[in-house]
Design a protein around this ligand. Structure first.
Ligand code: ADP
Ligand code: MG
Length: 591
């Protein structure tokens, strides 16, 4: 006797629902996407009890006629694709034809739809657990209204798995953000338990971001714009100092679809390297447009993962364009693109709006020479990027204002930390990291400006490398010469160095070159700013004071002074925390 049976549709749908409908927010996503696919201009979302009682989406899109209404909630019914080849030219959000059937099978659903704007009568179909209960003519305007009540009424285990209303509502809001951000040309209204949470009229992308994330986000945005044959990238990132402890403001939209992609996320994270602490996440709102045929969306039921044909190239383009914008619009690796001797950016940046920053070069710069000048902190651009709360931020800013005008004695702990006081607490500084930050910013300036003095070596250093290594090292020859290195030979038989940068500790010359070779990163993405950044970092690493070096009070003062004159005194070029402020309140708490 045969034991294999075809499952009834109701059971098959419930199984599919397990993948598509995990919680109320999944219903919100699918219904909003259907309304977008229907070319709606205005979409209204109504939610009660975090979606456990009601989720309703009303649109003014194309609507459905009676026949389609009777079919739309069956499994694998879709108006969006006809054959499998359509999967590679998808312009719609939906295509699997399983959202309505999945949702219907685990809820009480009503769909009211009207296709004809000249007729005020449409149809309403009512379903329970996916079964049609009634179909009737009703008064309605053009478009579709879908109500989903009592979600998971027939799967008590799923219902009891739902989290508190607050948590479920948070998921719904996240889903709403994702849809509303990228569809900024559509009006959205979102009502939760009779309160209007959002009322967003159609606008440009930037305006939509600001409407959703608040007015204060406006000044945090840096535009990104890049166009290549492989991908067009546009949108915004937050300045590094506004990085957060959560990932909730990270958005990739590929061809208008919100996606999650750890590889691309890594590209963004590395573009911020040296600008934010390791435990913080940059915020971004990025549109990536690629040819429809170069991606596969059909790899996961909820369609938030996609496969790219060219993911390596997109990674490089993304990283490079963000790095470029961070450098141009803000920020630490400030490079003067006019003066840069070896500028050779791989992509066009023609759409940038802001003026190109100039770096003012301090001829006399030497972090330890300027011992007699008073401590003057240039903290105009200073921000504590690990602080989210704005009142804390204010307090810290006051603190820095105070530091600007006051010199405090400092002392060294374990030849490793410098400790100094502020108006309301103490600051503990990691001396090595602080010095690396100072040197790093200085090397970046030098790389983009003047040619530097050479420190001629009494005895030239000869280093042996194989031909592949020489080929790699050739990439950094010109920038190093610009920084004051002198090479007697640079070829097959190795390198002979007769001059180095005056800050570099001569005995580390070999390590420095070895380290360049270990960093494959720059060879795959040979944008100048990436290369300069790496050179500045490694030179800083081998030129800084060590974490076991006694320095006198004048030098300590100078180090503190120079650190807070840096554009980003918070983290070392390697992303490590440089200092910690311990407030008086914290000290009082101890006792
Ligand atoms: P898919 O979106 O993958 O096609 P769904 O199950 O989400 O599958 O929807 C099935 C079909 O119902 C859609 O292809 C579309 O024709 C129709 N439909 C669903 N929602 C709407 C809507 N809001 N307006 C117009 N038609 C809709
Ligand atoms: Mg759909």
């Amino acid at each position: 006797m045969s034991i294999i049976k075809l499952l009834p549709d109701s059971v098959a749908n419930q199984i599919a629902a397990g993948e598509v409908v995990q919680r109320p927010s999944s219903v919100v996503k699918e219904l909003l996407e259907n309304s977008i696919d229907s070319e709606a201009k205005t979409i209204k979302l109504i939610v009660k009890d975090a979606g456990k009682t009601l989720i309703q989406v009303i649109d003014d899109g194309t609507g459905m006629g009676k026949d389609d209404l009777k079919k739309c909630f069956f499994r694998h019914t879709t108006s969006k694709i006809r054959s499998s080849k359509d999967l590679f030219s998808l312009e719609t959000m939906g295509f699997r034809g399983e959202a309505l059937s999945s949702i219907a099978s685990v809820s009480h659903m009503s769909i009211v739809s009207n296709q004809d704007s000249s007729d005020s009568l449409g149809f309403e179909i009512k379903l329970e657990g996916g079964e049609e209960k009634s179909l009737s003519e009703v008064v309605s305007s053009k478009g579709t209204s879908i109500s989903v009540k009592n979600l998971f009424f027939n799967i008590p285990a799923r219902r009891s798995f739902l989290k508190s209303d607050n948590v479920e509502l948070k998921h719904i809001i996240d889903e709403f953000h994702r849809v509303a951000l990228i569809n900024h040309e559509i009006n959205f209204i979102f009502i939760n338990n009779n309160n209007e949470l959002f009322n967003l009229s159609k606008s440009i992308f930037k305006e939509r971001i600001v409407r959703i994330f608040g007015k204060s986000s406006k000044q945090k945005l840096i535009p990104i714009n890049e166009e290549t044959d492989i991908a067009k990238i546009s949108g915004f990132v937050f300045k590094p100092e506004y990085s957060r402890k959560s990932r909730s403001t990270q958005f990739f939209f590929v061809n208008k679809r919100f996606i999650k992609n750890s590889h691309l996320n890594h590209a963004v994270k590395t573009a911020y390297e040296g600008l934010i602490q390791d435990n913080l996440y940059p915020s971004y709102f990025l549109k990536i447009n690629v040819p429809l045929s170069s991606i596969d969306v059909n790899i996961h039921p909820n369609k938030t993962e996609i496969k790219f044909d060219n993911d390596q190239s997109i990674y490089a383009i993304l990283k490079s364009s963000i790095k470029h914008s961070l450098g141009q619009f803000n920020i630490v690796p400030t490079i003067d693109f006019d003066n840069n001797i070896n500028l050779n950016t791989p992509y066009s940046y023609k759409n940038k709006e802001a003026s190109i920053p100039k770096v003012d070069y301090d001829q006399a710069f030497n972090p330890f020479e300027n011992l007699t000048s008073p401590v003057k902190l240039k903290t105009k651009d200073f921000n504590f990027n690990n602080i989210d709360d704005s009142s804390d931020q204010d307090q810290l800013n006051n603190e820095l204002e105070f530091l600007k005008t006051n010199v405090f004695p400092s002392f060294q702990l374990k030849s490793k930390y410098i400790i100094t006081k502020t108006s309301s607490g103490i600051i503990i500084i990691n001396q090595k990291r602080a010095h690396q930050r100072i040197l790093y910013e200085n090397f970046l300036k030098e790389l983009s400006n003047k040619t530097n003095p050479i420190q001629t070596l009494l005895f030239p250093i000869k280093l042996d490398f194989n031909s592949e290594e020489i080929r790699m090292l050739k990439l950094i020859e010109a920038p190093l010469v610009h920084l004051g290195f002198k090479f007697n030979s640079f070829g097959e038989e190795g390198i002979e160095i007769s001059g180095i940068h005056p800050f570099l500790n001569e005995s580390y010359t070999h390590e420095l070159f070895q380290d360049f070779l270990k960093n494959k990163d720059y060879s795959s993405d040979n944008a100048t700013h990436t290369l300069n950044d790496l050179i500045a970092k490694l030179l800083a690493k081998y030129s800084s004071i060590s974490s076991n070096e006694t320095i006198n009070v004048k030098l300590q003062e100078s180090l503190v002074n120079d650190l807070f004159a840096c554009k980003d005194p918070n983290v070392s070029p390697f992303g490590k925390l440089i200092f910690k402020l311990i407030s008086l309140e914290e000290i009082i708490k101890i006792f």
